[in-house]
Design a binder for this molecule. Structure first.
Ligand SMILES: NC(=O)c1ccc[n+]([C@@H]2O[C@H](COP(=O)([O-])OP(=O)(O)OC[C@H]3O[C@@H](n4cnc5c(N)ncnc54)[C@H](O)[C@@H]3O)[C@@H](O)[C@H]2O)c1
Length: 362
């Protein structure tokens, strides 16, 4: 993983030097149009020229969205690669947020049973989370009309992840803040030193200080990279990265709440801290610290106006999560900062204490 400033324009050279790309490598470049609109004029054209100089370059632009993150975009990618003669020695490159990384990753995982993959994440969330760890995937429509997130996918790690923090300059404010929820999560998992660094650098990150961002991104991404290195297939420790996510996924299942993933994770972290107190594992001071930090990021700390009906639906969504995990709800709880563990079947009182901490009557 490379993290720094001014990396995107050097993409072609970086592939040569850091990924040992062959001198005549064919490439399929997928660019998120939302990024292209704002970044391309300054950097993208240079990056594209660099990629093209070493061989065939096929470029596709697509509009990232959860509904576009599906089979149609993947099929279009396969067809373009077929028509352009991109064989098993070729490479897929993605420039964009988590959606571009997940879709391009899935194309790379499946084209000719797998080709090389390089990711250039351009959102904070993708830099510290989605581009790392090798999970790729697409959504599928559900029979009830909803959207099943990441139902089809594969483990297929990129051989190079390039985080150019200069691209964060154009990221919408709400998206930047959403990415910070995952950074808080990484601090809570890793320990006091990482969380304290986050607390002290937060103002610089929120003002997008270009001198602060590279070290901040590298530290947070490093937490995920290290956990994944030790447990790639999620047979143990990697499950700790789900801190706050069981609550978050339940909130996201109610699209009427209108939350971004990171916003749901922020609220989910507060809920998980409160559940940890109810389980007798942590002190109430932890809940306050997490709530204060989430709030400082400009993220919501509670769900306003949640009716009993919606709460019941979210509880049910957690039960569905439970089925996926083999019939037993597994909640990630905290004994303190840097002391996080998976608790099997924590009991409804513990789970509900989490909901009570983040719910305001509606
Ligand atoms: N594979 C994994 O391990 C993993 C982990 C976490 C999340 N994800 C997935 O990631 C996706 C969310 O990713 P995301 O939060 O990056 O959202 P995203 O990819 O939808 O990007 C958010 C928005 O920001 C725009 N954008 C991106 N970079 C920009 C830039 N530099 N300047 C201006 N606009 C920019 C995009 O066009 C988009 O509109 C979800 O689909 C989620 O399932 C995957």
């Amino acid at each position: 993983m490379l993290v720094g400033r001014g990396l995107l324009p050097q993409l072609g050279d970086l592939l040569q030097v850091e990924a040992n790309a062959g001198p005549r490598e064919s490439r399929y470049l997928m660019v998120d149009r939302g990024v292209d609109d704002v970044v391309a004029l300054s950097h993208g054209a240079v990056a594209e020229a660099g990629l093209r100089s070493s061989g065939t370059l096929v470029v596709d632009r697509f509009r990232a969205g959860e509904h576009e993150k599906g089979l149609a975009v993947v099929q279009a990618g396969w067809d373009r690669m077929l028509a352009s003669g991109l064989d098993r020695t070729s490479r897929v490159v993605a420039v964009g947020g988590g959606i571009a990384c997940d879709v391009a990753g899935f194309i790379a995982a499946t084209w000719m049973r797998g080709v090389k993959l390089t990711l250039v994440p351009t959102t904070l969330l993708a830099m510290v989370d989605a581009a790392l760890g090798g999970k790729t995937g697409i959504n599928r429509p559900l029979p009830d009309g909803g959207l099943g997130k990441n139902l089809v996918g594969a483990f297929w790690p990129a051989d190079l992840v390039i985080c150019d923090t200069d691209t964060l300059a154009t990221l919408p404010d709400r998206e930047l803040r959403a990415g910070l929820a995952e950074c808080i999560k990484h601090g809570l998992i890793e320990g006091e030193e990482t969380l304290a660094s986050l607390e002290s650098e937060l103002d610089g990150v929120l003002s997008r200080d270009p001198e602060v961002l590279p070290a901040f991104v590298a530290r947070s991404a490093g937490v995920k990279a290290e956990v994944v290195r030790r447990d790639f297939r999620e047979s143990g420790e990697r499950a700790l990265l789900n801190l706050g996510h069981t609550y978050a996924h339940a909130m996201e299942s109610r699209s009427s709440l209108g939350l971004l993933h990171g916003e749901a994770v922020g609220i989910g972290l507060v809920a998980a801290a409160a559940a940890s107190v109810a389980a007798g594992m942590a002190s109430p001071a932890l809940v306050e610290r997490v709530r204060r930090l989430v709030d400082r990021c400009g993220l919501p700390v509670a769900l306003p106006g949640v009716t009993e009906v919606v709460l019941t639906e979210m509880r049910r969504a957690m039960t569905l999560d439970k089925k996926v995990a083999g019939g037993v709800l597994r909640l990630v709880l905290m004994r303190g900062v840097g002391a996080v563990e998976v608790v099997s079947d924590p009991g409804s009182e513990v789970v509900d204490a989490g909901w009570a901490a983040v719910r305001t009557e509606g």
